[in-house]
Design a protein around this ligand. Structure first.
Ligand SMILES: [Zn+2]
Length: 326
């Protein structure tokens, strides 16, 4: 479960609009943060999205509306889970069980998250949960470079390597590895043996970073994708905090000869309505601030903002000043 309640109040004041650009589907709010609105058709056709998470519930809780939106708008999506979620429960949350039960339950849940969001495939790196601080950073970087080149990723969604108040080592380790991999994957001399295996350098163009206390530069309207977000959260049954809570609560009340209208007449409705009412308050409040129904917040790194080996100002200067040779 994320500590977002008090952190949330800090988000709106942390605004950074250094990379202001005018693009279709963007609208600049009074705060300077870009509001990414729904795009008509499939303008992202041909592009590849790599959604990278440490645990089976990270993307579901933090950014599944945006991942679903980008895939609906044409991206081919892939999901990476860095750990095997073996410590993947929390007191009072999810489905009680042993460490082995956690591995199997979260493995199944993660596959369901990938399916719900429309991902073509998912990769599990299977590092031990909460132990990624022990893992060689270069090993994680090289595995991610391989996947970026394999799927030819254009855009990533991941934890923010530069965020504050992160207490889970898996989150910041996978975020740091992702930041480095996005840059190194585009270079000719890093891991050249991968080229002998048929891969080619691939630069990642832009990044949507989410966090416990994000530095918000972009807010994405996910109103149209809210049902997919609910399904992604519902898929995390082993870990919670959504899963089957609604139907469990409904059953508990029934034992006491009570019922809640919110929970409806069947288990699936109870689960969905529970998630919508109790787990999406942040998305509703953020949406309200930006004049939409539901939204997600990101520290967005646009194309050319980081990792660019070529200074675009030089190309611009040459284009403007080049003359026919005498
Ligand atoms: Zn996590």
């Amino acid at each position: 479960m994320l500590r977002r309640d008090f952190l949330y109040s800090l988000m709106a004041g942390s605004v950074w609009a250094r990379f202001a650009q005018a693009q279709p589907g963007w609208a600049q709010a009074a705060s300077g943060v870009f509001l990414e609105r729904p795009l008509a058709g499939q303008p992202h056709q041909g592009k590849v999205l790599l959604a990278i998470q440490a645990h089976s519930d990270d993307i579901a809780l933090e950014s599944s509306g945006t991942v679903a939106k980008l895939i609906e708008e044409g991206y081919t999506g892939y999901l990476v889970r860095a750990t095997n979620d073996d410590m993947g429960d929390a007191p009072g949350l999810g489905t009680p069980g042993t460490i082995g039960d956690n591995v199997l339950g979260n493995e199944r849940d993660n596959a369901e998250v990938a399916r719900v969001l429309g991902c073509r495939k998912h990769f599990d790196l299977d590092y031990s949960n909460h132990r990624m601080a022990d893992v060689s950073l270069n090993e994680v970087i090289s595995r991610l470079i391989f996947i970026i080149r394999l799927v030819k990723a254009d855009t990533v969604v991941c934890w923010d390597p530069w965020a504050h108040d992160e207490e889970n080592p898996d989150h910041y380790t996978v975020a740091k590895a992702t930041e480095a991999a996005c840059w190194m994957a585009g270079r000719d001399h890093d891991y050249p043996e991968q080229f002998a295996a048929g891969l080619a350098p691939k630069e990642v163009l832009d990044k949507y970073y989410f966090a416990r206390r994000p530095e918000i530069t972009r807010v994405v309207d996910i109103s149209k994708q809210i049902d997919k977000k609910i399904e992604a959260i519902r898929a995390n049954q082993a870990k919670g905090p959504g899963g089957h809570y609604g139907s469990h609560l409904r059953a508990e009340l029934a034992k006491r000869h009570q019922s809640l209208p919110l929970l409806g007449d069947d288990d699936a409705t109870a689960d969905r309505n529970y998630i919508k009412e109790f787990l999406l308050g942040h998305e509703r409040e953020l949406g309200r601030q930006y004049g939409v129904e539901y939204a997600e917040a990101f520290h967005y790194i646009p194309p050319g903002a980081a990792g660019a080996d070529l200074d675009p100002r030089i190309q611009k200067y040459v284009k403007e000043h080049a003359m026919p040779a005498k």
